[in-house]
Ligand binder design. Structure first.
Ligand code: PLP
Length: 286
């Protein structure tokens, strides 16, 4: 495998950044994960737009032009022969002697990128069974709309889920409403087939897959309510699911100890999963 690190393509096993990288010392950086599907980059424009926004919210300079970044993406995919899989890119505020204040103007942001193959059908197997979620108290800062690499609450929540035999943890805010998962957006489907998901304010990451499902739902004529939902409402929902670039539309069949419906992925979520790419931008790799 090959990784891109600050202008160079290096063996993945030797890909490293400096110990004084601000991403390493302060989580002072942002990232994106994009799906590669059938040799196409899924929703690339939306991911790169969100990367720009994350950078600008943190006043980190744009490391390179969009055309150059796209070139690196394509190169990393091709060097790793990825046909189906994921691209990871991270931009930090760069390397400087450790000090909380921003480094001197002119300090170059660090850019790393990797790509890995995910066997076609691997996530479909998980989705065929559906997954369980647990709930944890929302304990993150109020700017989780910025996709920073500061993911410690997410790491702890997801580990807790894993130890409980679940795949995801849903954060529940002080009003008793579900915000989102540790690495996914959260959805329920009501008995009248209405899709419900929290509005993308500062309280959640505005998922690109979430946006794709909103578009798909409109194409398919489903009604959607963008509002918060409580744990109680979720437990009595007809269906529920998670969205993310790495899992696409992932059916939820269990919330804490409550089994949803008959404990199997429902028809609407299966349909949304199957047709997800109909609503996405697909950029061919030449
Ligand atoms: N919410 C959080 C906290 C995430 O980390 C992610 C993805 O990593 C998502 C939601 C889903 O976003 P996307 O659909 O853009 O992958």
């Amino acid at each position: 495998r090959v990784a891109y690190v600050n202008g160079q393509y290096v063996p993945h096993s030797q890909a490293a950044v400096h110990v004084e990288d601000r991403g390493y010392q302060f989580s002072d950086g942002v990232y994106e994960v994009c799906e590669v599907w059938r040799e196409q980059i899924v929703d690339m424009t939306a991911h790169l737009d969100r990367l720009d926004r994350s950078l600008s919210e943190l006043q980190i300079a744009s490391p390179m032009s969009r055309a150059a970044l796209v070139q690196v993406m394509k190169e990393v995919i091709s060097l790793n022969r990825v046909k189906n899989g994921l691209i990871y890119m991270q931009v930090s505020r760069g390397v400087a002697p450790r000090d909380h204040y921003f480094p001197p103007a002119g300090t170059l942001p660090s850019v790393v990128m990797t790509a890995k193959s995910v066997p076609a059908g691997k996530m479909d197997k998980v989705a065929a069974q559906g997954v369980g979620v647990i709930t944890v108290e929302e304990n993150r800062w109020d700017r989780v709309d910025i996709k920073t690499v500061g993911l410690l609450p997410n790491v702890l929540a997801k580990q807790k889920a894993k130890e409980a035999g679940a795949r995801e943890a849903w954060f529940v805010d002080k009003n008793g409403l579900v915000t989102e998962g540790g690495s996914t957006n959260a959805w329920i489907i009501l008995k009248n087939s209405t899709l419900v998901t929290r509005p993308a304010t500062h309280g959640i990451l505005k998922g690109i897959t979430r946006a794709g499902v909103l578009k798909l739902a409109e194409m398919k004529g489903f009604s959607v309510e963008e509002r918060g939902f409580s744990l109680e409402e979720a437990k009595s929902a007809q269906e529920a699911f998670l969205t993310s670039a790495s899992g696409l539309v992932m059916p939820v069949v269990k919330i804490n100890e409550t089994i949803l419906g008959d404990g199997r992925p429902g028809p609407i979520v299966q349909d949304l999963r199957k047709s997800f790419h109909e609503a996405s931008e697909l950029i061919k790799l030449e």
